[in-house]
Design a protein around this ligand. Structure first.
Ligand code: DHK
Length: 148
């Protein structure tokens, strides 16, 4: 059975490509999903890639991941800086959790410096643009192999 990785994307990431490209790059979320599908396949991982603009839906997906996923990669977008509910849901997930951001949030506005997700993440990848998604899958493949 291949290991399954959920890759969850938060609000406004559906507009990648046109949304502040000087910060988030020119690739669309569809481009990134295709790249991730290829990378996951190279690692023999089954990938479930999703995006939502709704906090509660993301919480529900994290709860679903407890039964359906071996590892979780999440770009919570703006919810990174606000969501106790997402932190609480992640606390109940037993596998590795990678927090992912396109931009280096520490180089940006002060309100982006705090993350509710980092305290419950195995590791954080940020500042590498869309390439960070491939890096996160590489890291997750290693973590899941080590856990075998
Ligand atoms: C994406 C967002 O939408 C912002 O709200 C975060 C994150 C940063 C990113 O860099 O991927 O502050």
């Amino acid at each position: 059975m291949p290991r399954t990785v959920f890759l969850l994307n938060g609000p406004n990431l559906n507009l990648l490509g046109t949304r502040e490209p000087e910060i988030y790059g020119h690739e669309t979320l569809g481009d990134i999903e295709t790249m991730c599908a290829n990378r996951a396949a190279e690692h023999g991982l089954a990938l479930d890639f999703r995006q939502s603009n709704h906090e509660g839906e993301i919480v529900t997906w994290i709860q679903e991941a407890r039964l359906a996923a071996d590892g979780l990669i999440i770009n919570p977008a703006a919810y990174t800086h606000t969501s106790v509910a997402i932190q609480d849901a992640l606390r109940m997930f037993e596998g590795p959790v990678i927090e992912l951001h396109l931009s280096n949030t520490h180089k940006r506005e002060a309100f982006r410096h705090h993350s509710f997700v980092s305290p419950v993440a195995t590791g954080v990848i940020m500042g590498f643009g869309p390439r960070g998604y491939a890096l996160a899958l590489d890291a997750m493949a290693t973590l899941l192999m080590e856990a075998d």
